[in-house]
Design a protein around this ligand. Sequence first.
Ligand SMILES: O=C[C@H](O)[C@H](O)COP(=O)(O)O
Ligand SMILES: C=C(OP(=O)(O)O)C(=O)O
Length: 463
Amino acid sequence: MSTTIPSLTDLHARGAAQQPTYPDAAALASVVGELRERPPLVFAGEADDLKERIADVAAGRAFMLQAGDCAETFGNVTAVNIRNALRVQLSMAVVLQYAAQVPVVKVGRIAGQYAKPRSSNDETRDGLTLPSYRGDAVNGLDFNAESRVPDPRRLLDVYNSSAATLNLVRAFVNGGFADLRTVHSWNTDFVRNSRVEAKYEALSDEIERAMAFMIACGVSDDAFRTVNYWASHEALLMEYEHALTRIDSRTGTPYGTSGHLLWIGERTRQIDGAHVELLSRLRNPVGVKLGPTTTPEVARELVERLDPDNEPGRLTIITRMGAGKVRDALPAIIEAVEATGRKVAWVCDPMHGNTYSTEKGFKTRAFPVIWDEVDGFFDVHAELGTWPGGVHIELTGNDVTECVGGVDELDEDALADRYETACDPRLNRNQGIELAFYLAERLRNDILRRGTNPIQEFTPREM
Ligand SMILES: O=C[C@H](O)[C@H](O)COP(=O)(O)O
Ligand SMILES: C=C(OP(=O)(O)O)C(=O)O
């Protein structure tokens, strides 16, 4: 178990991928110095708690719902946006918990998801070529030369925006907003008039009756008042993640304190690269994304690097193969990882392998294709007898039009109506809840077929 982390210089010497080129090194150093003095955003003990819950996922006793923005922006840190994001994610979790009867570990892509890896360093519009937007953590979305220059002071804004977001999230999940007894009212103003409304209302009625029954039986209703909700993001920017690493006073070991769960993206998972090196030293639960070019050998090496101590809950593997490839590419990867003797949490990201551009130039994803990848993920796990541990979704609580298909049958022409993402297309709230119903049904059927019930092996605790 590591008690130190490499220096920033050592990390950069590994040729850290997808890093901005800052024009002012002194300004960057000053920001890093300032961040090092700031209090941690999350506490090591919280990361440990999440690790225990992910251990439940890895062991087939719980399901992970990891969801949120593709790219958070500073301008979108408002009470309404945070509330809407939480509301749709908690609603999805409730659908899963009730209809599939699995405990759900709720992890947001939130309070830190400000940096984006890009396929191309540049973007060209009307003959003008400028550096690509790399997330509010790095540069501005506006398409002009000044805005696209990487500015290190943005890292302080990431810290401040993440702190403000976490503050409200903690207040919401502990202060009564997430009280299961109010499950009806969570969606009164937003599922209305959609075709998932009736299903959600019927489920809420059943939950209310089930809770009334439990209370009548003498079960304390305290358990319904609060929920656990964790923050995660892609640990992309070396300066930011390094500056927010703290040595835990209890154990003398390093924790990334920018979020509870940190993951390594598909573009930065080089086995000898800086991201794998840094995250292999942190004690948080960590994730790694695996795309369709991953070989079983690489998957095995990554697992051994990132989970050297074979620690329950340490590693989440987020596969994003694409609907057309998942059934062929995933089995060999699962087999290679299982052969190491480790129990990782297997999570399906059905978004990143299924993006395409419309003729009018909108990046989008089609709901049926997204579902097809999830379905393929379940098929593969059913075939191998492994546990399909969760999903990783780009989602917003707002009523956007970014992904086609789904309950409202959005077509490509509708995309122009409310296309608001700063980077990739997200499911809107109705599509999110619809996905949760699909997931619950598939999960329930698979659990029945397996003949083992996750609930029977689960030690009850607040979820
Ligand atoms: O969200 C993930 C990536 O940052 C995104 O898919 C990259 O998009 P690009 O291929 O347009 O750069
Ligand atoms: C960049 C992302 O995904 P991937 O690394 O899988 O491309 C992401 O999840 O934001």
